[in-house]
Design a protein around this ligand. Sequence first.
Ligand SMILES: [Zn+2]
Length: 197
Amino acid sequence: MDSASVEFGNLAFASPLAMESPLRDPAFEVEAKGLAPESGCAAVFVMEQALKDAAAFSAASPDREVGGFLVGGYHSCGGADYTLVERFLRAMDAKSRPASLVFTHDCFEAAWREIARSPNPSGRPQFLVGWHHSHPGLGTFLSGNDLFIQRHFFNLPWQIALVVDPRGGKLELFGWKGHEIAGRGFYLARLRQASGR
Ligand SMILES: [Zn+2]
């Protein structure tokens, strides 16, 4: 992904909001995916619908890279911080090519506007907690440019990157382990009684 035109606002205002972990809140069902979700880093929970939306958006363009944003919150429960991804937002007007993608400042602006326009029904504040892009047929990894994006624009400990290879049928989540960026596990989460809440 070409990073030349990415700019990003200040996210440092985001501090963890006290909220019962989905591991302890009976409203949630969670399922561990991939590597140990909490091996030396804050847990990440991804709502199933957000992951499905990102996968479907990637699969709809099997011949070019597409990207989006992971929207949710940064929370704290019993002294343990965690990230909860609640929604996927496709990046509007990203410059998409077979093996590259450019997020412009307009992409970020559009995402912020969309978040402001459709607040979380729960009332919880929402942030860009991460980003997504696809690697059609290339596998899941972070390229040099992808690492640049993560280091410069998603560099808080709770910010993550999702890579989807729609042709290979694979996805992988990456996040911070200290100063390193590595593949990591997560918890797939869903509400037990979505219709009743
Ligand atoms: Zn990439």
